[in-house]
Ligand binder design. Structure first.
Ligand SMILES: Nc1nc2c(ncn2[C@@H]2O[C@H](COP(=O)(O)OP(=O)(O)O)[C@@H](O)[C@H]2O)c(=O)[nH]1
Ligand SMILES: [Mg+2]
Length: 251
């Protein structure tokens, strides 16, 4: 008996299983690149950078570890507000870094002295306004608190850049603590508040939103190549564990 040899039909929509696999494989390549206590210590990079920001205890470290499927990439700090450096993680195949994640210090922790708080607000605002290769921002927010004043300030800081094409994703973390109805309600409110950005529910505990967020970040870092340009790096390679860097990018 001969087996029918019908080739599988390549899925083409943006939520296909193969896309999910590529995006999560890509996220899994994350490794520590460097840490910068001050803006001027950040290396100049050519690859797209995606910043993770959020109020202290919003679930940022847990989110980064979940997305990258690594237990301790971002330290889930026992002392909130202590991580006062920008940590960079490289993404992409070894020696072919095609994006970086920037983990920014959590803000808003009550016990941090006012001086230090203000300093970090300035550093963060500066970073978000001026970092040349910054192409996307993921803001994490505890949906039971909603957007806090500091979240609003940072959203205001990036408003112009978002209008100019900076990507923005607002993640409502710990969604497992909400009922379905509560989740949908806070999602639609936040969607209205995050002008120009996109809001999503996320739970590290229930793995809710993990595939969607990974795919979104992958899409941000690998925009479709305009017609007429060489596309030697296919964005939907079948079983590729990690993507090929776009032309002209290096770590
Ligand atoms: N129920 C629940 N708790 C979470 C989730 N993500 C984080 N947490 C908890 O929230 C607290 C703060 O998380 P962490 O990642 O350290 O927050 P960060 O200060 O923003 O980095 C910790 O106790 C986590 O265990 C989640 O998806 N569900
Ligand atoms: Mg943390």
């Amino acid at each position: 008996m001969t087996q029918p040899s019908t080739p599988p039909i390549a899925p083409s929509d943006s939520t296909s299983p193969s896309d999910t696999k590529i995006a999560s494989g890509w996220m899994h390549t994350a490794r520590f690149l460097t840490t910068a206590p001050q803006l001027e210590h950040l290396p100049a990079l050519q690859v797209p950078e995606i910043a993770f920001v959020g109020r202290s205890n919003a679930g940022k470290s847990t989110c980064i570890n979940t997305l990258t499927q690594q237990k301790r990439l971002a330290f889930a700090s026992k002392t909130p507000g202590r991580t006062q450096s920008i940590n960079l993680f490289a993404l992409g195949k070894h020696n072919l870094t095609d994006a970086v994640l920037a983990d920014l210090p959590g803000y808003g922790y009550a016990a941090v002295p006012k001086e230090a708080k203000l300093r970090w607000q300035r550093v963060m605002a500066n970073y978000l306004r001026t970092r040349p290769n910054l192409m996307g921002v993921v803001m994490m927010c505890d949906p039971r608190l909603g957007l806090t004043e500091l979240d609003e300030i940072l959203l205001d800081v990036i408003r112009e850049r978002v209008a100019d094409g900076l990507k923005l994703l607002l993640l409502l973390t710990k969604a497992d603590k909400l009922t379905r109805t509560e989740g949908q309600k806070v999602l639609s409110i936040t969607q209205l508040q995050c002008g120009g950005g996109e809001a999503m529910l996320f739970s590290a505990l229930k793995k809710q939103g993990v595939d969607e967020v990974s795919q979104r970040l992958w899409q941000w870092a690998h925009p479709p190549v305009p017609l007429g340009q060489d596309t030697s790096a296919p964005s939907t390679a079948d079983e590729a564990p990690a993507p090929v860097a776009p032309p002209g990018h290096s770590a």
